[in-house]
Design a protein around this ligand. Structure first.
Ligand SMILES: Cc1ncc(COP(=O)(O)OP(=O)(O)O)c(N)n1
Ligand SMILES: Cc1ncsc1CCOP(=O)(O)O
Ligand SMILES: [Mg+2]
Length: 339
């Protein structure tokens, strides 16, 4: 292909991406009325336009002769059923457009500029996650890493398999490694989860959660107090482990976004396992607690339906996933047990 056509592709994508950002900016400004998101989107749009300029961009613009006009007219890309679809569609358009800019800049030898657009793509992922219409739903399987309970798979391998299996919330839990090793694994998992649109929560280590810009932090009863974590973590998702009604009520009044409820069954995965009322406590939570709850402890294919019967909606699982030969098959089996 003639090199000049690459400039045309870059030009078309800069315009496409900037237009997509503009749509989101309008939604944020006029519908959701959120000044912070509106400003971040405006800044992204300016950076998209300004981060690469070349006289050839405009010279080779040929909108009328663009065969893509007839191709895109025939697609269902713009069949948006509601505002949430519109937001998702535009974020996808933006992310794909930036990826195309990155690749074509590389072909032309503009490696530095390509890196700048890569950073902008990751800003777009982050903006999508935090977009005020996008709420995390705690429903179905909540996957927790546990390479000690796997045969030869690392936490990163486990997270990759969980993403491929369609798990939408992943927690990084690791009790053996150094802070640095955990940080490196979390950096990789953050990148993978951002690309997949998966919610990423870090267990215990608030510093790591902040350093990798995770979506959330999960704390236990002996960790920093929830109110202090909220001060430090801002609007990050905060989950709190609870084992009885008093702890659940305190977590709600101190501002938790969700509570862990358990252990439901006995398990060897956690040392010094707390006592809880198990399924009875879960039933109490389902009836009395307004924020989302996540059942945990010994949940397996053969008992998950029982957990659901007692009010379980979201099921946190370590060893049953880590020990599975194929996480994808295990998740499918767990889903059919829930039907
Ligand atoms: C979803 C969820 N619920 C509970 C826990 C347990 O957290 P914690 O009590 O801090 O114990 P450790 O996991 O740190 O051993 C959890 N991690 N996730
Ligand atoms: C971390 C934790 N907190 C309560 S039980 C538990 C362990 C859950 O692991 P598994 O799913 O293997 O029982
Ligand atoms: Mg903990």
């Amino acid at each position: 292909m003639c090199k000049l056509n690459y400039y045309r592709i870059i030009d078309a994508n800069i315009n496409r991406v900037a237009e997509g950002v503009r749509v989101l900016e309008d939604i944020s400004r006029f519908i959701i009325e959120n000044p912070d998101t509106t400003n971040s989107l405006r800044e992204l749009r300016h950076r998209i336009r300004k981060s690469f300029s070349h006289p050839r961009l405009a010279n080779y613009r040929n909108a009328a002769g663009d065969i893509g006009l007839s191709v895109s007219a025939a697609t269902t890309w713009d069949n948006k059923g509601n505002i949430s679809d519109l937001v998702t569609g535009n974020f996808k358009r933006i992310q794909e457009g930036i990826r195309s800019i990155e690749e074509h800049l590389k072909i032309l030898g503009y490696n530095q500029q390509s890196k700048v657009y890569e950073t902008l793509r990751f800003s777009a992922y982050q903006l999508e996650k935090n977009f005020p219409l996008k709420r995390v739903v705690f429903d179905g399987i909540y996957g927790i890493t546990g390479e000690t309970f796997a045969t030869g798979k690392t936490n990163v391998d486990l997270a990759k398999e969980m993403i491929a299996a369609g798990i939408t919330v992943i927690q990084y839990r690791e009790k053996e490694k150094s802070k640095l090793e955990k940080y490196h694994q979390c950096q990789t998992i953050r990148r993978l989860t951002l690309e997949a649109g998966t919610t990423f929560i870090v267990n215990d280590d608030l510093d790591i959660a902040l350093a990798v810009t995770a979506d959330g932090i999960h704390i236990g009863q002996d960790d920093l107090p929830l109110k202090k974590v909220r001060q430090i973590a801002g609007n990050m998702i905060i989950g709190v482990s609870t084992h009885n009604p008093d702890q659940a009520k305190a977590a709600v009044s101190d501002g938790a976004d969700y509570i862990g409820v358990g252990p439901i069954f006995s398990t060897n995965t956690k040392k010094n396992l707390e006592k809880s009322g198990g399924l009875k406590y879960l039933e109490w939570v389902a009836e009395n607690i307004s924020i989302p709850h996540v059942a945990i402890g010994g949940i397996k294919e053969e008992n998950i339906a029982q957990v659901k019967k007692h009010g379980g909606k979201c099921f946190a699982i370590i060893s049953e996933l880590a020990g599975a030969h194929s996480i994808e098959q295990k998740v499918a089996a767990l889903h059919s047990a829930l039907e």
